[in-house]
Design a protein around this ligand. Structure first.
Ligand code: PMP
Length: 362
């Protein structure tokens, strides 16, 4: 089945076969006579769905036993509050500001903790990820926050930094919302990771939190119960009604990733897609990407027409070729192609073909 190629940054395209499976199971999940949206979250059928999603995800990302996987609500912005509420004890929190999302994280954490900026690329227009060797981490930092893929600016942290080797005992907290499951996670370097589902996982409304057991038990008394990691871990993410349908959809996406060959296959495909697009943009005098080559995101590719007066025409023609949602974020302008796990190489090839045709049509 051919659908238009959807380059949205999120909520984003889902694999067609996942949507077809969800459609086929909409009215009756596995002979229960119930659709997943209609089931009690306490039923054994939903318990099976939750366990399956969680165990598949644990396998896909090789999540060790001492890391809890929590399914919560509130999105990435919710976690910007939940993380300091759970981990900071009201003390020092160091944040690496590498784009709009980590800037928001610093702002929100400052409501609950003593925030300092460990490094910032703001003055250079967020065109490169600050080198971990340059991060200024305070000795008493409760944690260091980094957004490992800045969705708006198209900047990605190439490797998980080893804070211990940089002389810090603080746990690393990563917002990996927009590239989770596109590359392996090094759990020896990560204390907590969170990700909104609406890019590489499934529908909006579900947020994943991975938290080391040793970081539990530190929540401030004002931490809302539904965001208290210790309670969420103790109650298998069922402190209240979880986003049941989104969890079901995430489970289908995890199965799909496993069928494709797991995270190594996702990573190889991401590298191939990104190389195709960046190589074309770099060779062109008509378009440009402004991110430093070592910091370029494999998932979000912002680019500009050198003649910006052609933007509206570009978007209209792209749409008529079945290339959807290419408009850049309003704070950056230009275009952005988000090429997540569900984007086939053929979609990026279709985009590159269009870029060439549009350029030639001038
Ligand atoms: N962090 C990153 C990296 C994001 O891309 C986004 C959303 N695009 C957020 C946080 C905020 O997520 P939400 O809208 O789910 O709160």
């Amino acid at each position: 089945m051919h659908r238009p190629y959807n380059f949205s940054a999120g909520p984003a395209a889902l694999p067609t076969e996942v949507l077809q499976q969800a459609a086929a199971e909409m009215l009756d999940w596995h002979g229960t006579g119930l659709g997943v949206m209609e089931m009690s979250h306490r039923s054994s059928a939903f318990g099976e769905i939750l366990d399956h999603a969680q165990s598949t995800l644990r396998r896909l990302l090789a999540v060790p036993d001492d890391v809890h996987i929590l399914f919560v609500q509130g999105g990435g912005l919710g976690e910007n509050a939940a993380v300091p509420l759970n981990l900071s004890r009201g003390g020092a929190v160091d944040v690496v500001v590498s784009g709009a999302w980590s800037a928001k994280s610093a702002q929100e954490a400052a409501r609950y903790a003593d925030v300092a900026i460990a490094a910032s690329s703001k003055n250079s227009g967020y065109c490169a990820m600050p080198d971990p060797a340059s991060w200024r981490i305070r000795p008493d930092a409760a944690y260091v926050h980094v957004c490992s893929n800045e969705t708006i600016h198209g900047v990605e942290l190439a490797d998980w930094p080893d804070l211990a080797a940089l002389g810090s005992a603080a746990p690393l907290v990563v917002d990996c919302s927009s590239h989770i499951l596109s590359r392996p996670m090094d759990w020896s370097r990560i204390g907590l990771a969170f990700a909104g589902a609406q890019k590489n996982i499934g529908p909006a409304g579900l947020t994943l939190v991975f938290v080391k057991d040793s970081l539990l038990g530190r929540a401030l008394p004002i931490c809302p119960q539904v965001w208290n990691y210790t309670e969420l871990a103790a109650q298998q993410s069922m402190v209240n009604t979880p986003p049941t349908y989104a969890i079901y959809m995430a489970g289908l996406v995890f199965d799909w990733i496993e069928r494709q060959g797991g995270v190594p296959a996702m990573q190889a495909a991401a590298q191939e897609r990104a190389a195709l697009l960046y190589d074309y943009l770099d060779a062109s005098d008509f378009y440009e990407n402004r991110v430093a080559p070592g910091s370029r995101s494999l998932m979000n590719v912002p680019f500009f027409l050198k003649d910006e007066s052609r933007n509206a025409d570009f978007l209209a023609q792209a749409q008529s070729r079945g290339l959807l949602q290419l408009k850049g974020h309003k704070s950056v302008g230009g275009m952005r192609a988000s090429i997540y796990n569900a984007m086939p190489l053929a979609g990026v090839q279709a985009l590159v073909d269009f870029l060439r045709d549009f350029e030639r049509g001038q």
